[in-house]
Ligand binder design. Structure first.
Ligand code: PRT
Ligand code: ZN
Length: 293
């Protein structure tokens, strides 16, 4: 029987969440402590543990069928190696969020990307940065650095940097000011461009169905509440992403009913307050673990 391989980051920011996501899809692996290959036990999907930078090339070269990697790296490798193509983004995932931003020394006079025309910009993402700047009509002189990009302006090797930012602490610690966001990135599931053989495609479809179930369940909530019978329609409309609710009679109370519904969109406190204002009481919100539409 055919099997497919998924590459994930071996150790780093994306490792734990990538593995947890696959496990939530029901995949279990026979771990080997230091080996890079974990055999899939119940489902014919095996794991390759590698450096994140290697994942796009492995997909393009057909070493594995699937990979979880930051969009920042996938885009960089596609632009660098393949004119911007070579991988298909299957699903964006809800972790690894960051932005590729231009930053300048705090005392720089630059106010926007266009003020950096002709300046030297240090980055670990040379192809992506050059591409995004070109889209803005800025001609950059890219200084490629493998790491510690944030110290380049202080060393006098560049006037600005283009680096990943999440909290901004690193920029502040290096007396840099975020000038402009070039690109928003999250971790994503990718496959190589091109068709898979039918048997592997069927496996991939099964895996994607489970993954969609996990991703939808993550933001879905099961809501139970009591409502005045004549406010049921209004209350249903206040539930974000809910379809027809289930109504149950309350023993000994003909004025009010119990209403159960699945909300497929994030439920905020504001929603609950609005429900209460519309007459709802005994509001219970519960997580949904799995979901198959
Ligand atoms: O060893 P390997 O090559 O596999 O790992 P790596 O060291 O290259 O990657 P890793 O684990 O650092 O990051 C993996 C992916 O996480 C990146 O490709 C991004 O898609 C994503 N990610 C999310 C980030 C950040 N957030 C992030 N903050 N990657 C890097 N950073 C850096 C940032 O540049 C800064 O230097 O972390 C530092 C802290 O950021 P602040 O803004 O919170 O100070
Ligand atoms: Zn890396």
């Amino acid at each position: 029987m055919s099997r497919i391989r998924v590459a994930i980051q071996k150790s780093g920011r994306l490792s734990e969440k990538s593995l947890a996501l696959l496990q939530n899809c029901g995949l279990q692996f026979a771990r080997s402590k230091d080996k890079l290959f974990w055999y899939g036990q119940d489902f014919p999907v095996d794991l390759l543990l590698v450096r994140d930078d290697d994942i796009p090339r492995m997909l393009m070269d057909g070493v594995c069928e699937l990979g979880i990697v930051g969009e920042n790296i996938a885009r960089e490798v596609m632009l660098d190696r393949n004119g911007g193509t070579g991988l298909d983004l299957l699903r964006k995932l809800r972790f690894g969020g960051c932005r590729l931003s231009l930053a300048v020394p705090e005392d720089s006079t630059a106010q926007a990307a266009k003020d950096l025309d002709g300046a030297r910009i240090a980055t670990s993402y040379p192809a992506l940065t050059a591409h995004l700047l070109k889209e803005k009509g800025v001609t950059a002189r890219i200084v490629e650095l493998a790491g510690s990009v944030e110290i380049a302006p202080g060393l006098g090797t560049a006037e600005a940097i283009a680096d990943l930012v999440s909290t901004g602490t690193t920029l502040r610690a290096n007396h840099l000011r975020e000038l402009e966001v070039l690109f928003e990135s999250t971790a994503a599931l990718y496959c190589g461009a091109g068709e898979l053989p039918d048997d592997k495609q069927a496996l991939l479809s099964r895996l994607l169905m489970r993954l969609d179930g996990v991703l939808h369940a993550a933001e879905s909530k099961y809501v139970m509440l009591h409502a005045p019978r004549d406010a049921v329609q209004k209350i249903t409309e206040l539930l974000p992403g809910a379809e027809q609710p289930t109504l149950l009679t309350l023993e000994g109370n003909s004025e009010r009913v119990a209403l159960h519904a699945v909300c497929r969109e994030t439920l905020f406190w504001e929603h609950l307050e609005a429900l209460k204002a519309a007459g709802a009481s005994a509001i219970l919100v519960m997580p949904v673990e799995k979901m198959l539409a």
